[in-house]
Design a protein around this ligand. Sequence first.
Ligand code: AMP
Length: 526
Amino acid sequence: MSLAHLLLRQARQQPEREAIYHGTALHATAGQWAARSAALAQHLQEAGLQPGERVLLFMRNHPRYLEILWAAWWAGLVVVPVNAKLHRREVEWIIQNAGARWGFVTADVAPQPLAGLARQIDIESAAADDLLSPLSDAWAVPITARAPQDLAWLFYTSGTTGRPKGVMLTQRNLMTMGLTYFVDVDAVQPEDAMVYGAPMSHGAGLYALPHLMAGARHVVPASGAVDPAELFELGRALGPLSTFAAPTIVKRLVDHAEASDLTAQDCAASFKTIVYGGAPMYLADMQRALRVMGPRFVQIYGQGETPMVATALSRRHLADSTHPRYLERMASVGLAQTPVRVRVSDERDLDLPVGEVGEVLVQGDSVMAGYWDNPQASAAALRDGWLYTGDVGCLDADGFLTLKDRSKDLIISGGSNIYPREVEEALLSAPGVAEVAVVGSPDPEWGEVVVAFVVAQRNATLATGELDLHCLAQIARFKRPKRYVLLDELPKNNYGKVLKTELRQRLRDEAVLSGDLGTDGGTAAK
Ligand code: AMP
């Protein structure tokens, strides 16, 4: 069995069925998709690429992304989908580390040849057209057999600390992830469609699997980016659509709906399901999203090392407002997804009782095989069959997991643990606050002190004294930020995650410049 069989199965069953759209234009039927992927697979094999070799994808979202993924799997190869925002030198490091020989790119992302590739193909070139031209007996190209433990997807972590690590995901990992979608996230009908707003190199692209399994359609926005107006429009034309969105994208969709006076019913016409995850969703933001867009949200928690599959908070739980712990549940990341076990342990690897905070561990068929060519990192992350996620959280009596933070984001001030998320939740409920990121800053007296980076809502003016009073009313005194820094926007990566390392670096740079950690560098301080 190979992931490529999923495509062949759909193509055989209904070759004429619409499968991939570019904007509202039909890009490929199921039969065309399979024929093009099979043709490219044959070229890859004829070029001497052997099963298990790596093929790089470095491009903006594009309908050919799907054709190339499946071509690679058809030929038994491993895909290395790379974040389109990476610097060229970072990509070249990945090419070398992964030993990728062929690379597929879009010219906007990779205008120059990348060092280390034997062949670089601009997917919008005539050469790509040739490679993807269906052969007369296209489906006769045999699919290279793969075992469940064979690699399918080599995903490089964002590498906020040190070099990125190549997460080895197997055929079994991806098959499990795809099937789990139907149990824990959403039922999918053939008339449904997935729209790829978020980068296809990450979780959003992985959701092509369950949608192909169900014979549903795939829509790649013409802009190749996240544009809320375009997504709503596509939904009206082809939808209702399902999509994966990081919390920052959810926020932009909700802003758009509000600014355009769209009712929840209008939103239902554009979106069937919005799966959110990948970063913390704050309670106030989810309450607003549900109010404005209606009950079309499902949360997932996962990481590259167990893609999209650790826990899920279902549509039903998000709608069950009469439940006595409704708000706690909404602030949680939900229950363990069906194929995994999730536990919370202390430093000695002992299970912690309900409500106590420790590291989140995950075990099951979605968990990676290890890090590519990095036995040390693999041994640290995978122990006794469990994945050590580096996330910190606690379970309640019903099994709902609440994440506190990444362990490396934890702030220790005067010997007390402070979870930035708790402070962020408190500040987000203050009037006029749009976004917040809380980090620890080194401090000679306290070890670390809490610093809040705050973005005001449009036309709002924030007074730090008022923010402080707001925190005093919500959280313990010692958790209050010692300093506020007002920003126009928070630094984020391509997947919408706030880059706390950049914020910490900024504080360190300021400290070096001023020689004094307490000075304010022109920002609003208490
Ligand atoms: P990545 O491997 O880049 O997908 O990042 C995974 C990390 O994002 C996890 O380890 C969590 O720290 C965070 N994350 C993922 N999903 C959620 C979620 N639903 N809520 C809060 N944080 C999340």
